[in-house]
Design a binder for this molecule. Structure first.
Ligand SMILES: Cc1cc2nc3c(=O)[nH]c(=O)nc-3n(C[C@H](O)[C@H](O)[C@H](O)COP(=O)(O)O)c2cc1C
Length: 421
């Protein structure tokens, strides 16, 4: 089974512009699609270039514009077949009578018509033309053929036209078109989520439990983390359709069903394994582990013998796992946790920014009824500014229920990325 839920920042749209007066609106359309986070490549017919320059689209899309079919240089770059495969959606806006006729006839005498035949991606056309040309029998016949061939035709709007006529044939506004594209991917995403789970197809790596920093072969420094929250999240992610790897510090918990568990001990080992997981591919990294901030500078080779009234152990700082992962160029969606005893929300929001996280869940471990060893938890979730999402209070509930709500928050944030800024 192959499907991809990361529909937003990595969906590829080919915007094909043909020779119609509405071509100027397509410049705004590129902007709106980019605002939603789509990757946009523009294909232009020769006709389109009489109305607007490729340079405009190159600057707006941030990608070279594709205009030629029989050009060795263009083919050596991203050729027509590669372009056809790259697309998740081909949107022809404006679609001229001429291009619609070519599609209906199955011609392949320029880049766009060839691309149309070569792509497996859904093709949408937004016809824009004089009202008489719209009503013309050949145009209607060709449009019917396109519908039969599975093309989605976006109805033109009625109104006054550039030529002075009044009637059907205006291209919908770029904002409307961009929203329709966004909604299409949202719906596709929702359908997959309903069928396969909120995190279907995602690879999730979770760190959990404490770390153990050796002093000598028999003693160590550690903390009270039990790993319960991380294990509950691992189970919830697996139930939501994700492939889950759990990097567990020393805890006495059973491995959740379906979850791949890798036991680690020290912070250094946890970081090494996290980096290894990143190389193997990771969409979401959830750092619930209570990683020791410091480790012993020099671990004694043999058991330290009791001697004198004092024993001084020198500590050095451990690497910050979550911040290290967040700095990588191919970083996953980063979820951090903050366990604080005072100014909980303030510290958590600061940590979100300082460590460049996408989301942080914080709880007040000074409360006896929630936190470390408790089976219950209550949290506040913050999202990075770019998501423009309100903070969420997760009311006191079992760690399983909290984990489920966190999965929903991650899913929502992953999808929210395409909301306009
Ligand atoms: C000023 C002007 C405006 C035009 N506007 C449109 C239009 O809005 N819609 C359309 O289908 N054709 C329009 N045409 C005709 C197309 O440009 C022409 O059919 C061309 O061959 C389209 O080529 P293409 O589909 O390869 O881009 C217009 C032509 C001119 C000269």
């Amino acid at each position: 089974m192959s499907f991809d839920l990361s529909v937003f920042s990595n969906k590829n749209i080919i915007l094909a512009v043909t020779g119609g007066i509405a071509a100027y609106k397509s410049a705004i359309l590129v902007r709106r699609l980019k605002d939603y986070g789509f990757n946009v490549r523009v294909v232009m017919t020769h006709g389109a270039q009489a109305f607007i320059t490729p340079l405009t689209f190159q600057a707006l899309s941030g990608n070279p514009v594709h205009t030629e079919l029989l050009d060795p240089e263009a083919e050596a770059g991203m050729g027509h077949i590669e372009l056809a495969r790259w697309a998740d959606l081909v949107l022809v806006a404006p679609a001229s009578c001429d291009t619609i006729a070519k599609f209906a006839a199955g011609l392949a005498d320029d880049l766009l018509s060839t691309l149309y035949l070569a792509t497996k991606a859904p093709v949408w056309v937004a016809p824009a033309m004089n009202q008489q040309m719209w009503a013309a029998k050949p145009t209607q016949r060709n449009l019917n053929t396109l519908v039969e061939d599975g093309v989605h035709v976006i109805m033109p709007e009625a109104g006054s036209q550039a030529c002075g006529d009044v009637g059907l044939g205006r291209m919908p506004e770029p904002e409307d078109l961009a929203e329709q594209v966004k909604n299409y991917f949202h719906q596709a995403q929702r359908a997959i989520a309903e069928k396969f789970g909120l995190l279907a197809g995602k690879r999730v790596v979770i760190t959990a439990g404490p770390t153990r920093e050796a002093i000598d072969p028999v003693r160590y420094i550690s903390n009270h983390s039990t790993g319960k929250m991380g294990f509950a999240i691992a189970a919830a992610c697996y139930s939501a359709g994700a492939k889950v790897t759990l990097l567990a510090g020393p805890v006495s918990l059973d491995t959740p069903n379906g979850v791949r568990r890798i036991n680690v001990s020290s912070a250094i080992k946890m970081l090494d394994e996290s980096m290894h997981q990143l190389e193997e591919g990771c969409d979401v990294f959830i750092a619930t582990a209570a990683v020791a901030d410091y480790r012993v500078a020099e671990v004694a080779e043999h058991k330290i013998k009791k001697a004198g009234d004092e024993l001084n152990v020198s500590l050095v700082k451990n690497p910050d796992i979550v911040a290290t992962i967040a700095q990588q160029s191919k970083r996953p969606f980063m979820v951090g946790f903050a366990a604080e005893t005072r100014n909980v929300e303030e510290y958590a929001a600061g940590k979100l920014i300082a460590k460049k996280l996408d989301m942080i869940a914080c709880n007040d471990v000074s409360r006896a009824d929630i936190g470390f060893a408790s089976d219950q938890n209550a949290m506040t979730v913050f999202f990075a500014e770019q998501y423009q999402m309100e903070k969420r209070d997760l009311e006191k509930a079992s760690k399983q229920e909290i984990a489920q709500q966190l999965v929903e928050a991650i899913h929502d944030a992953l999808n929210h990325k395409i909301e306009p800024v």
